[in-house]
Design a protein around this ligand. Sequence first.
Ligand code: PEP
Ligand code: MG
Length: 314
Amino acid sequence: RQAALAAAPIEPGALADGTRIQVLANVGKPGDGPRAVQLGAEGVGLFRTEFLFLDSDDAPSVAKQIADYTELLTHFSGMKVVARVLDAGADKPLAFLTDSDEPNPALGLRGIRVLKSREQVLRDQLTALAAAQAATGAELWVMAPMVAEASESEYFTSLARELGIQVAGSMIEVPSAAILAEQVLQSSDFISIGTNDLTQYTLAADRVLGSVAGFQDPWHPAVLRLIKIAGDAGEATGKSVGVCGEAAADPRLAVVLVGLGVRSLSMAPPAFAEVRAALRRVTLERAREVAAAVLQATSAAAAREIGAELLAAR
Ligand code: PEP
Ligand code: MG
């Protein structure tokens, strides 16, 4: 009876022609690990580490961080875990890092900018992540949030290497970094596109402001064209390009992203099954055709319609 109840093995993400697309989990706390694995996560594509410390007044000790990170990484031995270093600021203020007096926090000292100005906090975090990797055998990748240009990825990658971490990358969520993705990739082992912030900054619409919520749509052709620049840069350099924003959880948009050059998709685990099913229905050639058509749309709504038409189940 036990055996009969066991879930059927989950096939890894792939297109109809066999092209592998990694399907990864977005997690915010160690307790998210077991459920992600149960639903068939092939690893973690975004560990939002700042979520652990939203209520902390003081910077967490290295020991506390090692314990927290080890608790999560333990579930992913032998698998990739992309840990984002603290993305403090704007919608995720941390008392020990964020200046609450900024008039425009989304455009302020946040993400890698604040960590650069408080380097010991970053050093401690990378030290703790390296220790957690050593303790668990997970394949740790680290990435920097809010990178705007190559000087920041250079800074981050060299610090990660100094502290014993082998794989260091950059988020592409600021339009300047997307436009300059090839430069950013020169000092990054991989890039991961954060479509939530990339949309907010491309459309100049605060992602948490209800009155402009209509602009927060990653189907917008301007956003997709920026993603294409990043996808092309990945193809040119042979380095990994992923998406870890909400866009990856939309099955049709996931196909479009693949057509733009994305090869890993990270999302909330409940979205895995539908996204995997959508990927299995198309070849890479078809995904590229759909992406090319969607890029010609003049609005998010029009792009969505083209996607729905071309990807309607036949
Ligand atoms: C993003 O901006 O798309 C992203 C993945 O990061 P967050 O949503 O945590 O800002
Ligand atoms: Mg972001």
